[in-house]
Write a protein that binds this ligand. Structure first.
Ligand code: ASP
Length: 333
């Protein structure tokens, strides 16, 4: 049988973490170590292992990911059939999204990790790695964009969120549900994700620093006037409900819109930011009229990454509006 060739790129994360001299667990294992711990992988694919970073998920940067995307593109266009990126679960919802935006190779790319370290009872890393390789070896997956596989579930990069700090079932796609599962080693795909964002192919060589500010009950946005002086180039306002902020914060948002792109998101984990329903001060209609850009169905974290990527390519305000506009249905007239 001709086995597919799958690249395993390890960036670190709990899946690689064992006891450290400093106490607690820290990234120690290499991609080769991970492969050795799952002998069944040999029946699924021929593997090439690269330990690219050995970092906790929270310390990865956009530049690190651009570097990983380059590596994936290079390997996937020169013979590898699919790739698995192994990393910390803290940022899988972010990194999978960024890799999805930067990918252009048309081959399966899967991001996986573990909620429990390799020395913990019931460590989930080996099972997730095995499932991830099975998914990366399945050609149909190339049509799904980058996917996340943990707990035998397949999620689209565009929708997946980490929703628990400890459970092995931590990953969910609250707006849509998972795309499929892996059972008895078989990849079962139930749904295909909507692909409404265009990939980013331009170089990421412009400065971009996007801040996310949550405006909850009683918040008046006192921080907002300081943002531009601090060097921020864009802001994501995480409001409440369908994209609402306290009336007391509206003036500050109006002024901020004159200084940088302001994306309007919601702290609610699923559902789109509205555009044409509420008319009170601080409502989505009020903020959009003042120049805020609604984030559609994107989570605040993914909206922040999209704005960062767009600004990094030197996108104009119009281009930013067009890109975010793709996430929102056309208004009824
Ligand atoms: N808790 C994290 C993990 O699951 C740590 C990290 O993101 O590196 O890997």
């Amino acid at each position: 049988m001709n086995l597919p060739r799958i690249l395993i790129v390890s960036l670190g994360g709990t899946i690689t973490m064992t006891s450290s001299a400093m106490g607690g667990i820290a990234p120690m294992l290499t991609a080769d170590n991970l492969i050795e711990s799952v002998p069944q992988l040999g029946q699924v694919a021929i593997l090439e292992a690269i330990t690219h970073f050995s970092m906790p998920g929270a310390s990865l940067s956009i530049q690190n990911l651009a570097d990983v995307a380059r590596l994936l593109n290079e390997k996937l266009t020169s013979g590898m059939d699919g790739a698995v990126v192994v990393q910390g679960t803290d940022t899988i919802e972010d990194t999978a999204f960024v890799l999805d935006m930067l990918a252009g190779h048309g081959k399966p790319v899967v991001v996986t990790g573990a909620m429990r370290g390799p020395q913990a009872a019931g460590a989930d890393g080996p099972a997730s790695l095995l499932a991830a390789v099975a998914v990366a070896a399945d050609r149909r997956v190339s049509e799904l964009g980058v996917v996340v596989v943990l707990n035998d579930e397949i999620h689209a990069a565009r929708w997946v969120q980490k929703s628990h700090t400890s459970l092995t079932s931590a990953f969910e796609s609250p707006g849509t549900g998972r795309l499929g599962i892996v059972a008895e080693g078989q990849v079962e795909i139930f749904m295909r994700p909507k692909r409404d964002l265009l990939p980013i192919t331009a170089a990421l060589n412009h400065p971009s620093r996007v801040v996310q500010v949550t405006l909850g009950l009683g918040e008046e946005g006192w921080l907002l006037p300081a943002l531009s002086g601090l060097g921020y180039t864009g802001a994501v306002i995480e409001g409440m409900g369908a994209g609402h902020v306290p009336a007391a914060a509206v003036d500050a948002i109006s002024k901020l819109v004159d200084q940088m792109p302001v994306i309007l998101c919601s702290r609610v984990r699923a559902g789109r930011v509205f555009t044409q329903t509420y008319g009170f001060a601080g409502s989505e209609m009020d903020l959009i009229k003042r120049g805020a850009i609604p984030c559609g169905h994107l989570s605040s974290a993914k909206a922040r990454l999209l704005l960062t990527l767009l600004q990094s390519t030197g996108a104009t305000e119009d281009e930013i509006r067009t890109a975010f506009g793709r996430t929102t249905p056309k208004q009824n007239s």
